[in-house]
Ligand binder design. Structure first.
Ligand code: X8Z
Ligand code: ZN
Length: 602
């Protein structure tokens, strides 16, 4: 899909291009730097709109021709980005004002998949990316005489409880998607690394780790340290869920020890487990409602779900989304053409033409995802007040976390009652069921969001070679998630390619950061609102003070290093896993009791 500075989820292109900023025989000056930045910024503003429009048409109408157009636009864009990054580096030792310095730094690093200046390199890399995207988005599985799309299979996975069926879909999806991609993926890695090295990065992973206003090695160490903090909670959940799956399916399907079978968790990648809540729910006390049933019962459709999400943001004081959002977005899979279904939020003109592209269903999962996507759109609108080069999230994790904060609030029973989706707020004894349901999504996803880019960092650095793509993937899945495949993997398997963000080259560490930020921002919002009760019961719906403070952070875009943006909202200056720990503290205690006497080793 469209290859901008952010791909996959929050889409806006970043391009600048032009003649050298100063004469070859003269030393560059501060004035040259300013002139270069001004020209680059103006050029980008125009070109990003062009790429976004081409990308939108391609994503919502996949054909040979739209793929061709998108690859061409992306190749041109990459040439411009690379050329600009190199130009920006020439001002490294020139004394310039802080705004110009920040813009130069952003120009140097704001590329996802660079290409060498060698003739043909950017077109080859763009063609490969387009082919990978297309292979993922158009793959179908023949199953019981029906051709299934991924979204149909995902929907089936939510409620499918026959392990032969889950295995067939799980293995089938990997056969029709990943396997086809491995050769193109390997070549894309070579080309991206060639481009990254020309920009002065040791490989593309090093480039990706340079996005966080800190030393890239320190960033990697930070993600490990955060994982160490949250891993004990994940381990408790893993142990409890494995036991319940064993009770349900028996030793032959899910043994009491070792990894959890990846196809038994209600999700194609075993990344979120909320759909198997029915299997792991405590015996004597329930949650009091089922959100999917409530949505269906109240006749919600995808449009109404998105309107509900829009209302949440409006209640905080954000202005409603423009009519063009409703006219131009895609909320449903069209019956008559191929599209990229994976949900994303778009910023077409860097002003007000924001859109969502998704294939929503009426489920609790997509109720959350609608809030998630709109978070991107409200962020895009808020930082529209900035000059072009500052129009992005404080970092990519921030961009993902805003909608998650909204979604977390929108799932609270008190809010669901306020908007009429449930009749009663369940009593205090529903706390553990509620937290367990939330943990199945929010805690379960943590190791997954960490390992996807650990794998990619290894691939880009060469530590993982093409012959070991799949075995290294499973080493990481086993180590971090503690999952195992339902059966031996074939020699030609390329299981990473069965995930959108690998095929689409969307960096993934952002979701690990976002899951931590989400709770940190939620705690900050609840403190601003002066809420005194337990964190997991808090709702800030309708609170204008929270909206003002949130808006202060959002409007900053990436004009300042992310700790400053964070401080504008929360007063905190560092990423902090203590909020997610606080939120789930009662559950952690409960899980310890449940797991007593169990052998939790994997
Ligand atoms: O890709 C997404 C969003 C779009 S940014 C739907 N997410 C990740 C995924 O689906 O794998 C949200 C959670 C993680
Ligand atoms: Zn997102």
């Amino acid at each position: 899909m469209s290859a901008g500075k952010l791909t996959g989820c929050a889409v806006a292109a970043l391009i600048a291009f032009g003649p050298p900023a100063f004469a070859a025989d003269a030393s560059p000056t501060a004035q040259d730097a300013k002139a270069f930045v001004a020209r680059a910024e103006a050029a980008q503003d125009k070109m990003s709109e062009y790429r976004a429009r081409v990308g939108w048409v391609q994503n919502t109408y996949l054909t040979d021709d739209t793929n061709w157009l998108a690859a061409k636009a992306n190749a041109e864009g990459t040439d411009m980005q690379v050329s600009d990054a190199k130009e920006a580096a020439k001002f490294d030792r020139v004394q310039v004002d802080p705004v110009t310095r920040r813009k130069l730094e952003l120009l140097k690093r704001a590329i996802v998949i660079p290409a060498s200046a060698r003739v043909g390199a950017s077109q080859e890399v763009a063609d490969l990316q387009t082919r990978l995207d297309d292979a993922y988005s158009t793959a179908k599985l023949e199953h019981n005489g029906k051709k299934l799309t991924l979204d149909e299979m995902e929907d089936m996975f939510r409620t499918l409880r026959d392990p032969n069926e889950t295995r067939a879909l799980w293995e089938g999806w990997r056969r029709v998607s990943g396997v086809k991609m491995v050769k193109d993926y390997g070549r894309m890695v070579e080309l991206a690394n060639e481009g990254s090295r020309e920009l002065g990065y040791k490989d593309t992973g090093a480039l990706w780790r340079s996005w966080y206003d800190m030393n890239p090695d320190d960033f990697a160490a930070k993600t490990d340290a955060l994982w160490t903090q949250v891993a004990p909670l994940y381990d408790k959940l893993h142990c409890y869920v494995r036991d319940k799956l064993n009770e349900r399916y028996g030793d032959a399907v899910q043994p009491k020890t070792g990894g959890i079978r990846a196809d038994l968790l209600g999700n194609m990648w075993g990344q979120e487990w909320g759909n198997v809540y029915d299997i792991v729910a405590p015996k004597n006390v329930g949650m009091g409602y089922d959100l999917t049933t409530a949505l269906v019962g109240h006749k919600y459709d995808p449009m109404k779900i998105v309107h509900t999400a829009d209302d949440w943001y409006q209640s905080l004081g954000f202005k409603p989304l423009p009519q063009s959002f409703w006219d131009r977005s895609m909320f449903l899979r069209p019956a008559d053409r191929e599209v990229v279904c994976h949900a994303s939020a778009w910023d077409i003109d860097n002003l007000d033409d924001v859109r969502v592209k998704a294939c929503f269903t009426v489920t609790a999962d997509d109720f959350f995802t609608a809030h998630h996507e709109l978070g991107h759109n409200f962020y895009q609108r808020a930082y529209g007040v900035q000059p072009f080069l500052f129009r992005d999230g404080a970092n990519d994790g921030f961009h993902e976390a805003i909608g998650d904060l909204a979604g977390l609030n929108a799932l609270t029973p008190s809010y669901l009652k306020q908007i009429g989706l449930i009749d009663e707020v369940p009593g205090a004894d529903s706390e553990i069921p509620y937290l367990l349901k939330m943990a199945l999504d929010k805690v379960a996803i943590l190791p997954w969001t960490l390992l996807v880019d650990k794998w990619r960092w290894g691939v880009f650095s060469g530590e993982i070679d093409a012959a070991h793509y799949n075995s290294a993937w499973w080493d990481l899945v086993t180590k971090y998630q503690g999952l195992v495949p339902p059966g031996p993997r074939p020699a030609d398997a390329f299981d990473p390619g069965a995930k959108f963000h690998i095929a689409n080259n969307t960096p993934y560490m952002r979701y690990f950061l976002a899951t931590i930020y989400e709770f940190q921002f939620y705690r900050a919002a609840c403190r601003i609102a002066g809420q005194k009760g337990p964190l997991n019961r808090c709702s800030v719906y309708g609170n204008k003070k929270v909206g003002e403070r949130l808006n202060a952070m959002l409007t900053m875009g990436q004009s300042k290093p992310w700790p400053e943006a964070m401080a504008a909202f929360s007063g905190e200056k560092d990423i902090d896993a203590s909020a997610i720990a606080e939120y789930f503290a009662p559950l952690a205690k409960w899980l310890d009791q449940q797991n007593k006497g169990q052998n939790c080793a994997r």
